[in-house]
Design a protein around this ligand. Structure first.
Ligand code: SF4
Ligand code: MG
Length: 336
């Protein structure tokens, strides 16, 4: 495949006491080197599950994964744990919402940043410490040669997030997965962290997957977007296309809860009625149909019976025709 990261027809199913949860249900996407893909959706839409599958972090006993994931030509699906171990923290790394959970309270920040570097490069402890200081400098921690010996509890929330980013980038990963990296932070620090990620991406050339429920987070950070609903991708396109010409009724709903996102879209719709469906027993046809205001507006296609497909490239998984997508969106969301 030409793309750096390629995901094809990914299915992730969990066995639970109540039955099989279809957490990801036929997902495909591509990511180029050095680009940022935003994956947007409500909680439970499958965005985190997808990325844990990329990293090979699901428990194989209770999880069934089918489809194909390749990173830089190497197939990750079905790869041995040993192979994935070599890639994690090295070629691909992850940052989470909660730095306190990701960092151990028992070791210094510097030691934790150095650890993957020592593990993957065979560097000495001294070199590891030097590298940790260098990374703390890059992520903007003041007095890095003193702070390197601090414990996580001695850092503020924003600084811990920076330390976690330092740890993720210490081996210069080609793929960085950031799952709600700024959700726990206040707005000012959020913006600083997103700026930092962008700067570091320039420097390291990493491809980034930015997972968020908040379109505002990806608006200035991502190149492309994938909108997920009920374990499926419902729309994909560039950030600009999706923010200014969204084609899926679910995306219209997401945008409407962000009224001041773009000057073109400055009037709020009502929030999307209803709640996401249970993935034990997802709706037939289009999974969004119980919440959609445009059900069966198209002759020849049944929203409740036929599942709309999503092509690669600019696309929306919706039976509405191109003209309807344009008209309904304009009527619904453009300033009146
Ligand atoms: Fe709504 Fe039908 Fe489009 Fe689904 S396929 S989003 S139910 S119009
Ligand atoms: Mg999540």
């Amino acid at each position: 495949p030409d793309s750096f990261l390629s995901v094809r027809d990914l299915h992730v199913r969990f066995s639970t006491e109540d039955g099989v949860v279809k957490a990801v249900d036929g997902l495909s996407f591509d990511l180029e080197r050095g680009k940022t893909l935003g994956i947007v959706g409500e909680s439970g839409s499958g965005k985190s599950v997808t990325n844990l599958a990329v990293l090979g972090l699901h428990n194989p006993k209770s999880t069934e994964i089918t489809g194909e994931i390749t990173l830089d030509g190497e197939t990750l699906t079905g790869a041995r744990e040993k192979t994935l171990e070599k890639l994690r923290g090295n070629k691909m790394a992850m940052i989470f919402q909660d730095a306190l959970a990701a960092l151990s309270p028992y070791y210094t920040v510097g030691r934790q940043i150095a650890e993957p570097f020592i593990k993957h490069t065979g560097a000495s402890k001294r070199e590891g410490r030097q590298r940790a200081i260098e990374m703390l400098t890059k992520v903007g921690i003041p007095q890095p040669n003193l702070r390197v010996d601090d414990y996580p509890h001695q850092f503020s929330g924003g600084m811990r997030q920076r330390a976690m980013i330092a740890m993720a980038l210490v081996c210069n990963p080609a793929l960085l997965i950031a799952d709600e990296p700024t959700t726990a932070l206040d707005v000012t620090v959020q913006a600083q962290i997103l700026d930092l990620l962008k700067d570091l991406q320039q420097e390291f050339g990493s491809a980034i997957i930015l997972i968020t429920h908040d379109l505002g987070v990806v608006a200035n950070t991502a190149d492309d977007l994938l909108v997920m609903y009920a374990g499926r991708a419902v729309e994909r396109g560039s950030v600009k296309e999706i923010l200014t010409q969204p084609q899926h009724p679910y995306t219209w709903g997401l945008l409407s809860s962000m009224p001041r996102l773009s000057s073109d879209v400055n009037e709020a719709l009502n929030p999307i009625p209803g709640a996401p469906p249970s993935l034990l027993d997802p709706p037939t046809g289009c999974a969004f149909h119980p919440r959609c205001g445009f059900v069966d507006e198209v002759a020849g296609a049944s929203c409740t019976g036929d599942r709309p497909s999503l092509a690669l490239g600019r696309a929306a998984a919706c039976h509405l025709n191109a003209e309807q997508k344009q008209t309904f969106f304009t009527e619904q969301i453009k300033p009146r």
